[in-house]
Design a protein around this ligand. Structure first.
Ligand SMILES: [Zn+2]
Ligand SMILES: [Zn+2]
Length: 445
């Protein structure tokens, strides 16, 4: 069943959660031949001086075909072709794009996925013009996001930007994408199992805002991808449509909430930590969704262990925050990124004695409910098999994550952000080191 996105777009949804949700994207078209819809969307928006942005890979995948379609419709477009090799959403990529974009450009047509999408989103925002994303691979859920994930000063940073006015997913193009990118998209969606559990748990423990409608939307996204999973490897177009729709739905869920909470939890924190450490060594590692897939298998195993754990709350209530020891460990685990992690803790005090003790009390109250949530999750083996069947990595060492980095990620990835989830629960309950070593023993034989 394909999804019509018109129900989700450009209208205020007065939700049972008490908030109003909105996703200000004009059009999302996911179908075979969707590329041919672009001229009508340009005309509808009244855009002039269109500039098509591609790289040397996406040029062949979709750029050339789109140029023909525009020419046949009588739309003149300038073209910027960036070199694909080494292209990143960093200062050099931004500079390359800005160097070649005409000053009077009125609309960017971004032909690509991760990097091209982030670069065009960022540059169009800075130039105060709109952009369309013409996806070439169903590789991540950021098509409908309003933030740009950039690398500046060798550090991954999220910048405020805007959403595309149109998302085009032509199944004839998406189904021919490299399989590692398709599998990365699967990884990004199946991670939502963990995100939703983290979010629900945060709602129970810290009283954080939670929306059941948005949760249902993300569940729909997961369902689409798990239904399609068996046929994604054979590039079945209906299955690829399910994947792309799943990615877009979870993007819409994020825009409804205004941040990534419904679509980024402990599995993303693990992935971000690995990525940060790779960047410090001048490497970029695997695709975002590939790392998230591995983070998901890890997080599911941690949830499985937590569901079985016995907790002695009277012993735990003696917790006191040894700030000096923690700061030392962070300096070690984060290297050059440590100062921002330390200043975040100074600001939010998530590891402080009263904060942890308060959360432990709430955890004791809601423990059986939380264990039920953990038990309702799929087994790590189920997701591992799904990834393996697509030829994707499913263990951290396949990403180049060594044992120490893996253990550190379970212990400290949570300190990257102030977002309560499984990794913070394991810290609060003192189970983090034991579980990290236990899983490391399973994975690094
Ligand atoms: Zn709501
Ligand atoms: Zn993601």
């Amino acid at each position: 069943m394909s999804t019509s996105f018109s129900d989700y777009l450009n209208q205020e949804i007065h939700c049972s959660c008490g908030r109003t949700h909105i996703c200000d994207i004009d059009d999302i078209i996911i179908e075979a031949g969707a590329l041919t819809a672009v001229p009508a969307l340009i005309q509808k928006g009244g855009y002039t001086n269109v500039c098509l942005v591609e790289d040397t890979n996406t040029k062949a995948a979709a750029g050339e075909a789109l140029k023909d379609i525009l020419a046949n419709a009588g739309i003149a477009a300038s073209v910027v072709t960036l070199r694909a090799e080494g292209l990143l959403p960093d200062e050099y990529g931004i500079g390359s794009l800005l160097t070649h974009v005409p000053a009077d450009c009125g609309l960017l047509l971004a032909v690509g996925s991760g990097t091209i999408n982030d670069l065009c989103r960022f540059v169009s925002y800075k130039k105060n013009i709109e952009y369309f994303i013409i996806g070439t691979a169903p590789s991540m859920d950021g098509f409908t996001s309003n933030v740009a994930a950039m690398i500046t000063d060798h550090t991954k940073t999220t910048y405020e930007a805007h959403k595309p006015k149109a998302v085009i997913g032509d199944l004839d193009i998406l189904s021919k994408a490299p399989m590692d990118l398709i599998a990365a998209g699967v990884g990004d969606v199946i991670g939502k199992y963990v995100c939703l559990t983290d979010w629900k748990m945060a709602h129970l423990i810290t009283g954080e805002y939670f929306c059941e409608e948005v949760e249902a939307l993300v569940r729909k996204s997961i369902q689409k991808v798990s239904d399609a999973a068996m046929k994604i490897g054979s590039r079945d177009k209906a299955a690829i449509a399910g994947l792309m729709e799943g990615l877009v739905l979870s993007g819409i869920a994020m825009s409804y909430i205004g941040n990534s909470r419904p679509a980024s939890g402990s599995e993303h924190h693990l992935s971000h930590y690995w990525e940060m450490m790779f960047l410090q060594h001048g490497e970029h590692g695997a695709w975002h969704g590939t790392k998230v897939g591995v983070g998901t298998v890890t997080a599911l195993r941690l949830y499985q262990l937590f569901a079985e754990a016995e907790l002695d709350f009277s012993a735990l209530s003696a917790y006191t925050f040894d700030e000096t020891a923690w700061e030392k460990a962070i300096a070690c685990a984060y290297g050059t990124a440590a100062p921002s992690v330390l200043s975040l803790e100074k600001e939010v005090k998530k590891n402080s004695t009263p904060e942890v003790q308060n959360r432990l009390q709430a955890l004791q109250t809601h423990l059986s409910e939380i264990k039920q949530l953990a038990k309702a999750l799929p087994a790590p083996e189920t997701i591992r098999d799904m990834l393996e069947q697509l030829g994707a990595p499913y263990e951290p060492k396949q990403l180049g994550v060594d044992r120490q980095l893996f253990v550190n990620s379970i212990l400290y990835a949570k300190d990257l952000r102030n977002r309560y989830g499984l990794l913070q629960v394991l810290y609060d309950t003192g189970l983090n080191q034991k579980f990290a070593e236990l899983i490391a023993d399973e994975l690094y034989k």
